[in-house]
Design a protein around this ligand. Sequence first.
Ligand code: HEM
Length: 132
Amino acid sequence: MSNWSIQDSCKDVYINTWAIGRDPSIWERPLEFWPERFDNNNVDLRGQSFELLPFGAGRRGCPGWALGLLNVHLILATLIQSFAWSLESSCSSLKHSSHIECLDMSERFGLTVTMDKPLQAYATPRLPLHMY
Ligand code: HEM
């Protein structure tokens, strides 16, 4: 007779994706904003590459990944197309490289990791409102 019980298959396993994302043995220059790191590599974010698991993996992985990705692209592209973005007036425009010094990227832990000091970004419509 098997000793298997439903509790055995339901044991919680916690994966620290925060730590994986900052591990220099996995990612070159992990703390640097460097999107080009994903050019010409095979990292799959749908659960096949365990170094990047935004949607989890396996049978409890996120079933909404396609809709999620589509919305991230759509919302971000719309915001960039429609507005010129700047930081508070003491900081230079986001277009210039010196903006980095104005951004405090300290993190605060919670259910999700958020910015400790909320980002204050100013959106200026690129077109007069009646033209949208
Ligand atoms: C960018 C957007 C999204 C991200 C980053 C995301 C991320 C995740 C993650 C990390 C999990 C847990 C996976 C695991 O435990 O291994 C999850 C589960 C889940 N997600 Fe998403 N998700 C997103 C969008 C969506 C959307 C749009 C839907 C539905 C329309 C959705 C529905 C679900 C459901 C139902 C689960 C639970 C799956 C289960 O426990 O079997 N998600 N998601």
